[in-house]
Design a protein around this ligand. Structure first.
Ligand code: V55
Ligand code: FE
Length: 545
């Protein structure tokens, strides 16, 4: 590669404004695509040619969040709340697809303050409601305490990601939650989640915000609530946790379990070896697993007016596990090498082994999270692959945990499984990724969905249309008792060539390589997405007249 092109990539991690559009897009969530940007310039010898691929975040996120001073362009806000009944559909909505698909992501209410990061935009929730072959679309902001206060003031009052010291004095005591990361249904409501705060509850049909600080009828002791609760495969209970649970930067973690009707049936308190981002966790039939990564709390940076985290180069990871139903005192922390992992695909224990399949990168997967040592962020080391972590349970004091890459050619940070298998042995997974088999390495690779089958180690690929970026996919089972992975895979495709116009692509989850069975064609771009969630018809309240 030429030196000229190489230097054009000489971007500083701590200044996202210097990242070019494509590299940001690629790396925004787990560096899936950034690899590509680098590979295209030849930097990434280890990177597959597929590297220029679009990342898992939809392209419209870029326009909104990445300042582009080079082009002299102001960041463009989106903020459009949309209602469309009976959206145009290509193909036919399957008659056994009954329920609603929800998605959420950050959509900044006012331009982000200098130095702030895309993860601090206000939560904007969308719903695709399936009804007798028709699809209705609706999107609404979460009207949480922060949104409402800022709307009243006409400006940002919480200017920095998880740094309360810069907050406007008028919002003292209010919830800082943006609720921009994930949504789940629980006990008749939609819970919008951000890991630094309690959930906000919304109406499953209208998306009206019902409770901006939802504490499970006073049962929630933790001051925070994860964006990645799990559903117990046998009981349907919701298992979740909060970290920094006793307040800002505390090393306390509270893990808890609620019945589907919202009764707390278990909780335990543990302490982490250091305060790192605990974005996700793993729950098997018998164990809770917490994985501490060096995306660590940075007190100095907070004092300087920066964000909560920086990547603390060289710091070890810790794999912690303890028994469900216990008091947490049996927690064991196993030290491991510097790594990052933010999302779990699936996990199980079989009495002999505790297995957690997650996406894993060598280090910091986020180009906009500062490197503590000031080094330039490396998208090759930031690229995520599906990785199996395992612990030998027959040993009294396991000294290490196993790390095995499962699919070398698949790069992506937003894996999803059939959620009926959250706590059980499973074999099927889905992953948005750049084309793992580019026929023309010079061309921008397609954005794909991979269907992985661990039992055969085989991969099926759906290649999105040439100009699209595919968001995280979500699986909807054909019926309550359908076999694992039998149903539909759906996800939003944004078209770069149509100003970000979006489709919802619906695939037969067992034959993703055959292309969509139906495509819901929105007439417009919609708010960006981090995660999505399926709610079957039986769990939806009746539609109000
Ligand atoms: C993630 C997303 C967040 C966040 C922390 O990995 C981690 C995703 C959208 O906000 O605050
Ligand atoms: Fe997440």
């Amino acid at each position: 590669m030429s030196d000229k092109r190489k230097s054009s990539r000489a971007t500083s991690q701590s200044d996202p404004s210097t990242l070019d559009r494509r590299s940001f897009m690629g790396s925004a969530l787990g560096a899936a695509a950034s690899i590509g940007a680098v590979a295209s310039t030849g930097l990434g010898a280890a990177a597959p040619a597929a590297a220029q691929a679009p990342g898992p975040m939809s392209s419209d996120m870029l326009d909104r969040y990445v300042p582009t001073p080079k082009e002299g362009k102001k960041p463009q806000l989106f903020r459009a709340e949309i209602t469309i009944s009976d959206v145009e559909v290509d193909g036919k909505i399957p008659s056994d697809l009954k329920g609603a698909f929800y998605r959420t992501g950050p959509d900044a209410q006012y331009p982000l303050a200098p130095g702030n990061i895309p993860f601090d935009g206000e939560g904007h929730v969308s719903m695709f409601e399936f009804e007798n072959g028709r699809v209705n679309f609706k999107s609404r902001f979460v009207r949480n305490e922060r949104y409402v206060a800022q709307e009243k003031a006409g400006k940002i009052l919480f200017p920095m990601y998880r740094n309360p010291y810069l907050d406007d004095p008028s919002v003292k005591g209010k919830s800082r939650g943006t609720h921009n990361t994930h949504i789940i249904h629980h006990n008749g409501v939609l819970l919008a989640l951000k890991e630094d705060s309690p959930p906000a509850a919304m109406d499953l049909r209208t998306l009206e915000t019902l409770d901006p600080v939802y504490r499970f009828n006073g049962q929630l002791e933790s001051q925070t609530f994860t964006a990645h609760p799990k559903t117990d495969s046998e009981t349907g209970n919701m298992v979740a946790f909060g970290y920094e649970a006793k307040g800002f930067a505390t090393d306390d973690v509270n893990v808890f379990e609620y019945t589907p009707k919202g009764k707390k049936v278990w909780d335990a308190w543990v302490k982490v070896p250091y305060v790192g981002m605990l974005h996700d966790f793993a729950v098997t039939q018998h164990y809770i697993v917490l994985y501490v990564i060096p995306l660590a709390y940075d007190a100095e940076q907070i004092k300087r007016g920066g964000i909560h985290w920086s990547w603390n180069n060289g710091q070890p990871t810790y794999f912690g596990f303890f028994r469900r139903g216990g008091d947490g005192k049996d927690i064991r922390w196993i030290k491991g090498p510097e790594r990052s992992s933010t999302h779990v695909l699936g996990c199980f224990d079989d009495g002999k082994r505790l297995v957690v399949d997650c996406e894993m990168s060598a280090y910091n997967p986020f180009p906009f999270m500062p490197m503590r040592d000031g080094s330039r962020w490396d998208p090759v080391r930031g690229a995520s692959r599906m990785t199996r972590l395992s612990v030998d349970l027959s040993k009294k004091t396991p000294k290490d945990y196993g790390i095995e890459v499962l699919y070398q050619n698949l790069i992506g940070a937003l894996p999803r499984q059939d959620d009926r298998y959250n706590t059980m042995p499973y074999k099927i997974g889905f992953l948005p990724c750049p084309d793992p088999d580019p026929k023309d390495p010079g061309k921008r690779p397609s954005s794909c969905y991979a269907r992985m089958d661990h039992s055969t180690k085989s991969v099926q690929i759906y290649r999105g249309e040439e100009d699209v970026t595919l968001a995280e996919a979500c699986f909807a089972p054909r019926s309550k008792s359908a076999p694992e992975g039998s149903g539909y895979l759906m996800g939003v495709a944004s078209h770069a060539k149509e100003n970000g116009r979006c489709d919802l692509v619906i695939l037969d989850a067992e034959h993703v390589d055959q292309g969509p069975v139906a495509t819901v064609r929105l007439p417009t771009k919609i708010a960006g997405q981090i995660h999505g969630w399926w709610v079957p018809e039986a769990d939806l309240p009746p539609k109000k007249a």
